[in-house]
Design a protein around this ligand. Structure first.
Ligand code: IMP
Length: 427
């Protein structure tokens, strides 16, 4: 029996350091899918959506939830904050229906507990070189999963199993028992969330495989971005999950044979939150202006994002690792008004010379300087353009230059935050 009736899964991942604006595209693509699944990360992510001009930020629930007839899944590879999830369910209920019929939570997903949040904060505060994490407990939860001491949804919603886990942790983890005793209200709120959460808990991956065998279409939604991937990002300044297309399949237990399309989402420039090397970062007025015009503040932590020119070296790397069929290029409208726009096409290292491949080590990346190509900018506001031919010629040239530098076609250009602000690029 083949895994899928035909390859019927598409994957959308971030091509940069996250915050590329994946939510909007996933929302658009969700109309063509039957099932939308979030495959990694936790409430460190924030997808901002504008539905009927209303701003909605989702941290854990897939953006597809706003399409009535679709199923949304949080899969095994995700780490879940139950209290935050309940808040999100309430938020969704303001504008859409959410029930165990259209929202499945994998019993295999791991749970972020108050302990994990505490550890994340503790490590960050005490670290000589902090990562700049979101302090949501993501790293320690994934660490406990790898250590085989983590708490899965299946055990969290089962009283006896939950109590066994608490006992095991009290015996094996120094400080855990004290943390419970000193933070009783936090732990009570956490434990109380289980009964409401349990409504949605199910063996999601098994049900998903059945649906795919029946020809249903799946959209896999990534969080964060390729350069934050645990293995292929700028380690150690990365998140603790696999953010790439390959990671998607491992996190949902699906055969690569099911995949028919892989899309990377990128901004027309680049941003990063938290610490870590960032070759094209602009610490000058231009960087500040990109941040102001692009409203570059983290959806989860509200921290200002660091801004820089588009990095084609990093993009080629992301395209290679993920096997992008195409790129959706966001926030082109933000570049209006810049006289000159730069693109990093290679790096120069003081000892290694010119580099055209993205280096594996953060310290090398920190030492390089980008080699730029410059493009003439455009003055016009492009937010009302509906077709590629309506974009200023210099904007069209910029898109074509990025395609050339990245070796991947740009299928859509984003010119604003709403669903309709998307222009198809002819090929
Ligand atoms: P953590 O995922 O909270 O452990 O943080 C690790 C790194 O990933 C930090 O640099 C965070 O700022 C970054 N990060 C985590 N989630 C996101 C996101 O959704 N967008 C952008 N950066 C993120």
């Amino acid at each position: 029996m083949p895994t899928c009736a035909t390859p019927n899964a598409s994957i959308v991942v971030g091509a940069q350091w996250g915050d590329e604006g994946k939510g909007k595209w996933i929302d658009i693509l969700a109309s063509k899918a039957d099932i939308i699944a979030r495959f990694q990360g936790g409430n460190n992510a924030g997808h901002t959506l504008y539905i009927n001009n209303e701003k909605i930020v989702l941290h854990q629930i897939p953006s597809g939830i706003f399409h009535n007839d679709k199923i949304s899944i949080i899969t095994a590879g995700v780490v879940v904050s139950p209290v935050q999830l309940l808040k999100e369910i309430e938020e969704v209920q303001r504008v859409a229906e959410i029930s165990p019929k259209n929202f499945w939570l994998s019993t295999r997903a791991h749970v972020i507990t108050p302990w994990h949040m505490y550890l994340d904060s503790l490590f960050e505060t005490n670290a000589k070189n902090p990562i700049g994490t979101t302090k949501k407990g993501i790293g320690p939860t994934y660490a406990d999963r790898a250590n085989r001491t983590g708490l899965r949804i299946a055990s969290y919603i089962d009283n006896a199993q939950y109590n066994q886990w608490i006992s095991m942790m009290c015996e094996s983890q120094p400080g855990f028992k004290d943390h419970i005793q000193q933070n009783q209200s936090l732990w009570t709120e956490f434990a109380n969330a289980a009964s409401e959460i349990s409504k949605y808990a199910t063996e999601a991956e098994a049900s998903l495989r059945k649906e795919l065998k029946n020809g249903k279409k799946l959209l896999l939604e990534g969080a964060q971005g390729t350069l934050l991937d645990l293995s292929f990002g700028t380690f150690p300044f990365v998140t603790s999950s696999c953010t790439t297309s390959g990671g998607a399949l491992a996190s949902i237990g699906l055969s690569p044979k099911c995949v028919d399309k892989i899309t990377g989402v990128a901004k027309a420039y680049i941003t990063r939150v938290g610490e870590g090397p960032f070759p094209t970062e602009l610490t000058d007025e231009i960087g500040k202006e990109l941040g102001r015009k692009g409203n570059e503040f983290g959806a989860t932590t509200n921290r200002p994002r660091r801004c820089g020119w588009f990095d084609a070296v990093a993009m080629r790397y992301a395209a290679d690792i993920n096997g992008f069929d195409d790129i959706y290029l966001n926030k082109m409208d933000i570049l209006s008004g810049f006289k000159t726009i730069k693109v990093a096409v290679a790096y120069k290292h003081p000892k290694l010379g010119n580099i055209t491949e993205f280096p594996a080590c953060a310290h090398i990346l920190k030492e390089i300087v980008p080699i730029y190509e410059e493009y003439a900018g455009w003055e016009e506001d492009i937010s009302s353009a509906k077709e590629f031919s309506q974009l200023p010629l210099n904007a069209q040239r910029y898109v074509r230059a990025l395609e050339e530098h990245c070796g991947t076609m740009v299928s859509y250009v984003g010119t604003g935050p709403n669903r309709q602000d998307a222009i198809a690029v002819p090929h």
